[in-house]
Structure formats: structure tokens, C-alpha cells
Design a protein around this ligand. Structure first.
Ligand SMILES: Cc1cc2nc3c(=O)[nH]c(=O)nc-3n(C[C@H](O)[C@H](O)[C@H](O)COP(=O)(O)O)c2cc1C
Length: 170
């Protein structure tokens, strides 16, 4: 069955980095995690676990390691992925979590820990050494006024369809 609303939700998924201070209800976090848990993975190996981070000091630290949206998000989902995971797996988890957050009416942004962040975060959160801890999904209630006040980003568009899609041959 066609679902125009779902298509619209997916088409309009944007990186939201402006959040209010309102916390995200635990029930909502569970709903997002449940979508993430059912992500399909290579060989169904399920190489990614999620650490739900709400501690303001840790979120702030993540922001300082270059994952800037994490600093002001209500909750940050850190992806802890086995080092031998398939190349596409982690991205697919991240996209699922972003879409689930949007479906819950929240704003979210995928970001990565940079510099020493991916290694330094592991002891802070008890993440095993053999896991990669780089991708975070920052989630919060969208600060609508702050987003409206943003300058229009000239790089925010997309390449034309004719450049993106190649029918039958490149
Ligand atoms: C792999 C990946 C890493 C990203 N890392 C960051 C990041 O570290 N910080 C950030 O603010 N946004 C990050 N983004 C969000 C992109 O900047 C954003 O998706 C892109 O500019 C297009 O904007 P839109 O999603 O709002 O259309 C990342 C996106 C992807 C797919």
C-alpha cells in the first residue's frame, strides 16, 4: 500500500541541530531504540549496540570532540559497533534512528566524534576496546524559532535528479 505520508517524512528528513531544553521521554527513547534494534544487517550479525547518553557532562565532551549537536541535545545515542562490521551496517543503523526520531516528532542529527574522541569515549562509557565508538545520533525537541532564524544554507540543497539517477546505464 502506498504511503505518501511516509515518503514525505523520509524525503524531508533534515539534520536538526537546534534543540530546546525539554527532555525526551524515556518511552520515546525506547520507541526509537526498538526501530533501531530491528535494522537489517549484513548476515544478520547485528554488529551495533547503542549507548543512551543523557549525562550533560558527557554530551558536552562529545561536542568538544567535534560532534557539536551532541552538546545541546536532550539525548545522544552512541553507536558502539564491532570493528569487523560490514561497511554499510553502521550507516543503516544511524539512518533508522534518525527516521524514528523524526517519526516521534523530534529533531535529530548524525555526527561523528573526531580527534581523540572515538578512543577517549570508550573508558568513559565502559565500551569494550574492540568496538568502534564514532557515530552519534543527537536527538531533542526541535527549537523551531532557532531553526527559522537560521541563514538559508546555499549548500543545503541537492544535485539535480538528472545528475543523481542514471537509468539503465551511467
Ligand atoms: C556520515 C555523516 C556524518 C555527519 N557528521 C556530522 C557532524 O559531525 N556534525 C554535524 O553537525 N552534522 C553532521 N552530519 C549531517 C550533515 O552535515 C547533513 O546531513 C548534510 O549537511 C545535509 O543536510 P540535511 O541532512 O539537513 O539535508 C553528518 C552526516 C552524515 C551522513
Amino acid at each position: 500500500m502506498a504511503s505518501p505520508d511516509l515518503l514525505k517524512l523520509m524525503r524531508n528528513l533534515r539534520a536538526v541541530r537546534e534543540y530546546t531544553a525539554e527532555p525526551v521521554a524515556e518511552q520515546t527513547i525506547h520507541a526509537i531504540l526498538e526501530v533501531g534494534r530491528w535494522t537489517g544487517t549484513s548476515g544478520n550479525r547485528q554488529p551495533t549496540d547503542v549507548v543512551v547518553v543523557r549525562d550533560p557532562a558527557i554530551k558536552q565532551q562529545m561536542g568538544e570532540w567535534g560532534a557539536r549537536p551532541a552538546a545541546t541535545a536532550a539525548v545522544v545515542l552512541l553507536l558502539a559497533t564491532k570493528a569487523d562490521a560490514g561497511a554499510l551496517d553502521e550507516g543503516r543503523y544511524a539512518e533508522r534512528l534518525l527516521l524514528a526520531a523524526k517519526a516521534c516528532g523530534l529533531g535529530a542529527c548524525l555526527a561523528t566524534l573526531k580527534h581523540e574522541g572515538p578512543e577517549a569515549i570508550k573508558p568513559l562509557l565502559g565500551i569494550p576496546e574492540d568496538r568502534r565508538a564514532r557515530a552519534v545520533v543527537a536527538i531533542g525537541h526541535t527549537d523551531v524559532a532557532a531553526r527559522k532564524a537560521l541563514p538559508k544554507d546555499p549548500r543545503g540543497g541537492r544535485k539535480p535528479m538528472a545528475e543523481f539517477a542514471h537509468w539503465d546505464r551511467y
